[in-house]
Design a protein around this ligand. Structure first.
Ligand code: GAL
Length: 671
């Protein structure tokens, strides 16, 4: 569906000066007097970038074909006057009531057949032909109207595609699924072979017989489930393309994006596949207040976003200044936490810091969600911190365009995540992210940067590569991983990796099929642990979730299980490969075990922290192509912490003292 265009969009970074700062701006909720005050406050805070009109369709087109652009014209002109650039939304994230009334078939249908109604938002299915027609209509009208507007810097297509609901089971969705399958397989025989339909009499005679997975007496065909996940992720981008095709035609030089939700909580969209269609990666991230290690989850999400962005600078399109309104208990951010969060995203590659939303609503579902301008106005901690952050970002302008350069990589694949967690596996306790995040956490605590890379990406230049529960892998990608070890990297592969190919067919001859030769092991049988059980390992550490009957076939045992019936069976192995090594981890160690294995791997690979610092300080370095380096030191503790770095702290303009105050951040321009 992607169209060919002769003009390529220019980079958003040519339009937004310095680091972007701002948020979602919903002026349609406010009278003119407030909108004028907004301009003053935006100047005071140093705002230079806003997303406008995300949920404004019903006001822009109050009835079919009748438009009211008065307020948006005024807002765009006023923002241009004060030098603010706009990511203008296509306004399609909430269909107007008249459209639902005329075309109720646009409404989403869930797997159990429930039709989700209007009165909220995102009440459409991306495969609805009527919805696509009307969404394309308003998109074209907006593009034509604002194509030459000086404030327009970026198209914000729809909003958080796949948020709230990401799989759709209506008639048009089923039809689109069938077309997608036919294109993927070419023949029904190929589909039957791929889905293994000889099992349970599931063979299909034609594509017309196929339905999306729905409520069924027992477990559904895993091939059908996996393909429906793939299709559902693709269907959202196909809808995105419909709108982008119009934007490219009318405004070929304006870049397009949509805000992703990359985090440990978003599983349904393959953002690595989406990335090629976005002119710049934009991500939304919200902390879970109840998580005492929420700053580590933030680091994971930001590293994942940088991976999706291929290492290029990205936009933090939304986060919150303080509390959200949608968690069970919405604790505000602690003093200084918003700055630590914002600058942690910058440290990990964001060149724009934006919030949901500019001004806190007085009505509607999100009135208790924090914003840059709180209900209490200017005399509030949040507003003071917003102004401080705006000033800090101004001082950090030299950082713009620089990149995080990591020597460690964690392989990350949404398809492997989906496949690993489809039902009927050896253990429900094997969750794709658990081991992966345990290693990420241990790296975070050591101040070691790590890139999250797709298995089809090159691993050149990485000295340490971690492959965690990569259940499904293609031959080609397994070969890339093996190649990294041969080229000198230390590669660790964990249990439940390489077990199946991308059709979810078991690789026969012993697990972990795709990595057996690389690792020099052969696993005969899985021994998942019962809930709550633990195992003692030969080095005194403890593990849970998983064990298995490993045979050495070229590797050496480094650690073994100690308990019946696997006593003496290897739980950790190493095989020298070329100038590198391939390690196999056959269980899920506890935190001490993870740390001790990681330390061994770090020693072997020579991968070291970016600087020395007291515990509790997050450390990341960004370096520019012309050799400038910036060390971000974020003190998550409530006492001052030492950091071994010399240079100028960009945030204060003074030489860095070697200490970061409690809860504070230093960004040291080194040298
Ligand atoms: C996002 C959404 C915003 C707002 C925000 C609240 O998912 O894009 O519109 O609802 O959450 O946290």
């Amino acid at each position: 569906m992607t169209q060919q265009h002769t003009t390529t969009p220019s980079s958003v970074w040519n339009k937004v000066e310095g680091l972007g700062f701002g948020g979602d701006y919903n002026p349609e909720q406010w009278p003119v007097s407030v909108r004028l005050e907004d301009l003053e406050l935006m100047r005071e805070a140093g705002v230079n970038f806003l997303s406008v009109g995300i949920f404004s369709w019903a006001l822009l087109e109050p009835s079919e074909g009748t438009y009211d652009f008065g307020w948006l014209d005024e807002v765009m002109d006023n923002l241009a006057d004060i030098g603010v650039k706009v990511a203008l939304a296509t306004a399609t994230a909430a269909p107007p009531a008249w459209l639902v009334r005329k075309h109720p078939e646009i409404l989403p249908v869930t797997a159990d057949g429930t039709v989700l109604g209007p009165g909220s938002r995102r009440h459409y299915t991306p495969s609805s032909s009527a919805y696509r027609r009307y969404a394309a209509g308003i998109t074209r009208v907006l593009a034509e109207r604002y194509k030459d507007h000086p404030a327009l810097a970026l198209w914000h297509v729809d909003n958080e595609l796949g948020c709230h609901i990401s799989e759709f089971h209506g008639e048009e969705d089923a039809a689109a699924f069938r077309v997608w399958l036919e294109r993927r397989y070419g023949s029904i025989d190929a589909l039957n072979a791929s889905w293994g339909t000889a099992f349970w009499s599931q063979s299909y005679g034609s594509f017309a017989e196929i339905m999306p997975p729905s409520a069924a007496p027992s477990t559904l065909n895993p091939g059908q489930q996996l393909d429906f996940q793939r299709f559902s992720s693709w269907a959202l981008t196909d809808y995105y393309h419909c709108l982008v095709a119009i934007l490219r035609e009318v405004t070929p030089e304006i870049p397009c994006t949509t805000n992703l939700m990359a985090s440990s909580a978003t599983k349904s969209m393959d953002y690595f596949a989406w990335a090629k269609d976005l002119d710049v990666i934009a991500n939304d991230h919200y902390l879970v207040a109840a998580d005492p290690e929420r700053h580590i989850e933030l680091a994971f999400s930001a590293d994942l976003t940088r991976g999706i962005a291929g290492g290029h600078p990205w936009i933090l399109m939304e986060h919150s200044t303080s509390a959200v309104n949608w968690q069970p208990r919405n604790q505000p951010k602690m003093p200084g936490e918003m700055q630590r969060n914002s600058l942690a995203h910058v440290a990990r590659g964001a060149d724009a810091v934006m919030f949901f939303q500019w001004r806190q609503s007085f009505a509607g579902s999100e009135k208790f969600h924090s914003a840059m301008v709180p209900h209490g106005g200017r005399d509030t901690r949040v507003w003071r911190e917003v102004v401080e952050l705006g000033a800090a970002l101004k001082r950090l302008e030299p950082v713009r365009g620089s990149r995080v350069r990591s020597r460690a990589a964690i392989v990350f694949d949404y398809e492997a995540w989906w496949a690993a967690e489809i039902d009927s596996k050896p253990s429900i306790d094997v969750k794709y992210l658990d081991l992966l995040r345990a290693f990420h956490r241990a790296l975070f605590l050591r101040g070691i940067s790590v890139d999250l890379v797709h298995p089809s990406d090159s691993l050149e230049g990485y000295d340490l590569v971690l492959v965690c529960t990569l259940y499904a892998v293609s031959d080609r990608n397994a070969a890339t991983i093996a190649g990294a070890a041969a080229a000198g990297a230390t590669v660790l592969v964990s249990y439940f990796s390489g077990v199946v190919d991308m059709q979810d067919h078991v690789r026969l001859g012993g697990y972990p099929g795709a990595f057996r030769d690389l690792l020099g092991v052969r696993v005969e049988e899985f021994h998942p642990l019962l809930a709550g059980s633990q195992l003692k390992l030969s080095d005194g550490t403890v593990s849970s979730v998983w064990s298995e009957h490993v045979h050495l076939a070229g590797a050496e045992a480094v650690q073994t299980f100690t308990e019946y019936p696997l006593e003496g069976v290897p739980s950790l192995t190493r095989r020298a490969v070329g100038s590198g090594a391939a390690w196999y981890l056959a269980t899920f160690p506890d935190r001490d075990g993870i740390e001790s294995i990681l330390d061994t791997l770090l020693d072997e690979s020579g991968v070291a922290p970016v600087a020395d610092a007291d515990p509790g300080v997050e450390l990341v370095r960004r370096t520019s192509d012309d050799g400038h380096s910036f060390l971000f030191a974020i003190n998550h503790t409530r006492s001052a912490a030492a950091v071994a770095a010399t240079g100028t702290d960009l945030l204060t303009g003074a030489p860095f003292s070697g200490s970061v105050a409690a809860g504070a951040v230093a960004v040291v321009a080194e040298g």
